[in-house]
Design a protein around this ligand. Sequence first.
Ligand SMILES: Cc1ncc(C[n+]2csc(CCOP(=O)(O)OP(=O)(O)O)c2C)c(N)n1
Ligand SMILES: [Mg+2]
Length: 368
Amino acid sequence: MAKAPASPKRAPRKSPAKKPPAKSAARKSAAPAAPNRERPAEPDRYTASKDELLEYYRQMLLIRRFEEKAGQLYGLGLIGGFCHLYIGQEAVAVGLQSALDNDKDSVITGYRDHGHMLAYGLDPKVIMAELTGRAAGIAQGKGGSMHMFSVEKRFYGGHGIVGAQVPLGSGLAFAHKYRGDGGVCLAYFGDGAANQGQVYEAFNMAELWKLPIIFVIENNQYAMGTSVNRSSAEDQLYRRGESFRIPGLQINGMDVLEVRGAAEVALDWVRSGKGPILLELKTYRYRGHSMSDPAKYRSREEVQSVREKSDPIEAIKKELEAAGVSAEDMKATDKEIKAIVAEAADFAESSPEPHPDELYTDVLVEQY
Ligand SMILES: Cc1ncc(C[n+]2csc(CCOP(=O)(O)OP(=O)(O)O)c2C)c(N)n1
Ligand SMILES: [Mg+2]
């Protein structure tokens, strides 16, 4: 893999900013500022067995079909509040989480969280029940789409404050180190969140204390209606850790095997005590920011073109075909997944809402 070219000397931006130069989507790694600083290995595209490929396909399809169903239930008024869908970004959560040790590693993310929970092996029924505000939901129906949580599975949310999960994730990583439990925290955040000040305070402490954390920027190109090029002075987000001596890698987040390969390198780096690492996953969301987004800031053609050229599920179908899996078998898996999702929706719709007595429970840890 080619090394990223050294950062060009930039003229100061004039105001109003000129049209940004075209960006290469190729995988890159941050050029080291100091020549003798250790760098992570260049990731290889992961070589998956047929069973692993099938598992990635199943998981990505589960997320896609689950999210499509969530969109329908939202339209029917069965899901209230905000609902941010993950369609298009499936390869990121599936590729990264496939490499984690579910017995010790922890995960934290923002409000676009259903896909991460599914990739982490949480039951689609309790996630759908949470979306529809039912007592059987993972947060007893009181958290909804943005505030899902499972202490048991070390999935720490689900956060609505943009960027807040980054210092919280550093705290989780601190706990892993303090307890010596060998765990690593995966802290996901968006391209928009990457411009939050608290992110950089967290970077500083994480590197100073060599915390076991992987900072994952899911660069889906937009923060609500603002494209990354319009909002970011340095839009090569994998470089954002450089001034904290945190190495960064830029990865094609539409290819689950590239993502898994990067996960291996990142986990090796962090587990060997070298401190944090930053991954920028270049991806794309097909749907609006949330269900209430009219998406006027981009053209239908743009979305269509990404779907046609780089859809992560279509890509893995090609891998499966090459591994000898027939089109019929793939269709059968799709049918099976649709049944799982339909069952989750039926379960959610037929579950009771929380009892009014539950209004004041689970608000504070302490009793007053
Ligand atoms: C501190 C804070 N500022 C602003 C908002 C409003 N807001 C919600 S989502 C969002 C965009 C974040 O975009 P990005 O980080 O790229 O994540 P994505 O939605 O693309 O997954 C903004 C500005 C908020 N929730 N919290
Ligand atoms: Mg974004």
